[in-house]
Design a binder for this molecule. Structure first.
Ligand code: NAP
Length: 326
């Protein structure tokens, strides 16, 4: 089968990715194999190309997000998957990935795609969509909360987080570069801050009458800057790194800091949380099926062009999601 690989432990650039012919995966009893139709590109893909994972063997197949049809099913099949089922999943970064003609996964994290949802749409809401979903509907307590600050609103995580926050009834404040304002406005953001030209703290004071925001999703780093933006009882979800709180008194305002590491579930091996990956994916894809969620696909590329797509992502040139088809 065709696959995109990092050839060796010393090749660490996007330009080192090679298109090769390799063997199809072999499934274990608790796995399913799919013929891949669509692939989602994420920053974690190029970060792994640059940083590798200590568990990799080489050549290593890259890629984590895929949608396709089941071609084989292991003997341990409690979800009753059948050959031909349309499914999608977010893979394990320590194992061979999904940027290939065929890919496999443990059954737990595999979710079905409704008939009226395209493979491309399903592949678009995995790493980024699941992260947004987990942040808003798993990590945060929404009771009594009214406002949320979502950084990088035009990114993969941000585009879905804005829509989910609106579904949850929150007032959404988001930060973007000026040329990315249109998409966040179309997705329902209530207040848009051009973070390169405006003072975020001043704008938040103005929007919240100096009360601060109830909830913040930090997917850009430097979470220390977000702490003083929190309201009393506010919560900060950190997707990249957690803040140093030595010089900040969280408890005086009853505030909380939480971390989120979507892919870490595979390393944890905790079956309930692996199952939850599929449960969250099913909830997201149902929202697409019901026309309540826009997967924000702005570009569909060919499989062979994935390295160029990853380069665009690494240069922050993308808006929403890039999807590849095979
Ligand atoms: N921990 C996890 O489980 C997890 C899961 C998913 C994603 N992530 C991470 O979360 C980050 C976002 O993912 P993504 O898929 O949304 O990436 P993305 O689609 O590449 O979007 C990221 C966008 O952030 C914007 N940005 C950069 N610095 C900013 C700043 N200071 N303020 C506001 N916006 C800024 C950039 O747009 P501009 O042109 O506007 O600067 C960039 O395009 C990535 O680093 C990713 O690796 C982590």
């Amino acid at each position: 089968m065709k696959a995109l690989v990092v050839p060796s432990s010393t090749t660490k650039k996007i330009s080192d990715i090679k298109l090769v012919d390799t063997d199809k995966p072999v499934i274990k009893e608790d796995e399913v194999m799919i013929k891949v139709h669509a692939l989602g590109l994420n920053p974690v893909d190029y970060k792994l190309v640059e940083g590798h994972n200590s568990a990799w063997n080489y050549p290593h197949i890259i890629g984590l997000d895929t949608a396709g049809e089941i071609v084989s099913v292991g003997s341990n099949n409690p979800k009753n998957f059948q050959i031909g089922d349309r499914v999608f999943f977010h893979g394990d970064l320590a194992k061979d990935g999904v940027f290939a003609e065929f890919a496999k996964s443990k059954y737990n994290s595999v979710a079905r795609i409704p008939d009226n949802v395209k493979y491309e749409e399903a592949a678009a809401i995995l790493c980024s969509g699941l992260t947004a979903y987990q942040a808003i509907f798993r990590k945060m307590s929404l009771a009594g909360k009214k406002t949320i600050l979502i950084h990088a609103g035009a990114g993969g995580v941000g585009t879905i987080a804005i829509q989910l926050a609106k579904i949850a009834g929150l007032t959404v404040i988001t930060t973007v570069s000026e040329h990315k304002k249109n998409i966040v406005a179309s997705l329902g953001a209530d207040y848009i801050i051009d973070y390169r030209h405006e003072n975020i703290d001043d704008r938040i004071d103005e929007i919240t009458n100096s009360n601060g925001v109830d909830l913040i999703i930090n997917d850009i780093g430097n979470p220390e800057a977000d702490l003083p933006r929190l309201a009393y009882n506010g919560g900060l979800i950190c997707i990249l790194n957690t803040p140093d709180i030595n010089d900040y008194n969280l408890s005086s305002q009853g505030q909380s800091v939480l971390s989120l590491n979507l892919g870490g579930v595979h390393q944890s091996g905790y079956p309930d949380q692996l199952d939850d990956l599929a449960t969250m994916a099913e909830s997201l894809v149902e929202l697409i099926s019901d026309k309540k969620l826009n997967p924000a696909i702005t570009k569909v590329i060919k499989f062979e062009d994935i390295p160029a797509g990853l380069a665009e992502l690494s240069e922050h040139k993308t808006i929403g999601k890039i999807i590849a088809t095979i």
